[in-house]
Design a protein around this ligand. Structure first.
Ligand code: KG4
Ligand code: ZN
Length: 373
């Protein structure tokens, strides 16, 4: 089964064709980062206008492997695509509308089924794509269908989705059934990375910039920064699987202000602060995930979302997992599958989605991620 997936929930415009939920035929991502850099962040109207420009070229490019240049988009879809998947939420209304209306028009014109997709839940399916690709290499039997559960991912699994707007923990019973365990009650981990980056002058989309600055910090050589140590957010018993990063964000703001007032915000202080922020965020993500692993006797951890591109977070999971009593496998997609793209939208649609009448597909900016089914 081949799915054409469309994703436009935030500032990226993406399309992908994926076979049987895991085999990537094509993937195209158009970003508007340069424009957001100029405005110091994502301006929803600017994002939607740029997505309007790029949606058709992006979809057209994703269809290139499906036929000759002389064939129309409709012909390629008629002949090679079984269903259309589209992100319907959560996200920015203008951005979502661009993708949803394009997908609906294509589905209507080609009479293909359309599958609405929850962007946050879909992130975790990047792990199924990646694990399957690795397994594929090991498979000798060419006739083996790939539409089975991946033999390497054992359930129950704990899934942590960490993106720009979400920090959510799930218990996965299989590739379809999941239970939300907890999530951020205020800011997401990605937001904390981004706001810190902006405060330190790194501009838009700063998780990667914080990671790079933190890598320059030689912990043993630097003296601790003046002021209180950063608070470790929400490790208390009452909020076992919830996250909160707003207190940390405020503490960072105070620290940056103090350093600036004292004329101490030099390169060394910036890298030291980046290091401290990254350590604090990654500590809480790893601890809460491992707590869930122990409580639910999970056999696998699936990490996903833009923040899962963070090298320190990956390294910390790998180092910490052997210290817990249970034996658990760790999965994280390669970086291009962590940040927003349409591959995992198609994968989710294949494994967990179902089609609905085209006139019932609507953009839902505040679509809930707290599922239990
Ligand atoms: O999943 P994503 O691409 O978009 C949303 O659905 O939000 O996640 C974007 C987030 C941003 O906050 C970005 O700063 C963060 O992922 N991010 C990182 C890294 N790469 C991207 N955060 C920390 N370290 C990174 N290397
Ligand atoms: Zn995302």
């Amino acid at each position: 089964m081949r799915i054409l997936a469309i994703e436009s929930s935030c500032d990226e415009t993406a399309a992908a064709v994926v076979e049987n939920g895991t085999k990537i035929i094509s993937t195209v991502v158009a970003t508007s980062h340069a424009m957001h850099e100029k405005y110091g962040g994502i301006v929803p109207e600017v994002a939607a206008r740029m997505q309007l420009e790029s949606i058709l070229p992006t979809i057209t490019e994703s269809l290139i492997p499906l036929g000759s240049a002389s064939q129309s988009m409709a012909e390629k879809i008629d002949n090679h695509i079984d269903a259309i998947a589209v992100t319907v939420g959560p996200g920015l209304i203008g951005s979502l509308l661009v993708g949803v209306e394009a997908a609906k028009t294509i589905a209507y014109a080609t009479q293909k089924p359309i599958i609405p997709v929850n962007h946050v839940l879909a992130h975790m399916y990047a792990n199924f794509v990646h694990a399957e690709q690795n397994t594929d290499k090991q498979r000798n039997d060419d006739n083996k269908e790939t539409n089975q559960e991946n033999p390497n991912i054992h359930f129950p699994a704990i899934s942590l989705v960490v993106s720009g707007g979400h920090t959510e923990l799930y218990l996965l019973k299989n590739t379809k059934e999941m239970q939300w365990l907890g999530g951020t009650i205020d800011d997401a981990a990605g937001e904390c990375f981004d706001k810190t980056a902006r405060l330190l002058g790194f501009g838009h989309g700063g998780g990667l910039a914080i990671q790079k600055a933190a890598a320059r910090c030689k912990k043993t050589e630097s003296s601790p920064l003046p002021g209180k140590a950063l608070p470790v957010p929400m490790l208390s018993k009452e909020h076992v699987f919830d996250f909160s990063f707003s207190g940390l964000k405020t503490a960072i703001l105070r620290k940056v202000t103090t350093l600036r007032d004292q004329n101490m915000l030099d390169d060394s202080a910036i890298s030291r602060l980046s290091y401290e922020v990254q350590e604090t965020i990654t500590d809480v993500l790893v601890k809460k995930t491992l707590k869930a692993v122990t409580q639910f006797e999970a056999k696998a951890i699936l990490l996903s979302g833009g923040v899962s591109a963070n090298l320190r977070l990956r390294e910390k999971f790998i180092k910490t997992i052997p210290t817990i009593p249970s034996s658990v496998d760790f999965f994280v997609p390669p970086v291009p599958l962590c940040t927003d793209n349409a591959v995992y939208i198609a994968s989710y649609a294949y494994f967990r989605g179902s089609s609905i009448p085209v006139d019932e597909v609507n953009a839902i900016p505040d679509l809930s991620v707290e599922v239990s089914s």
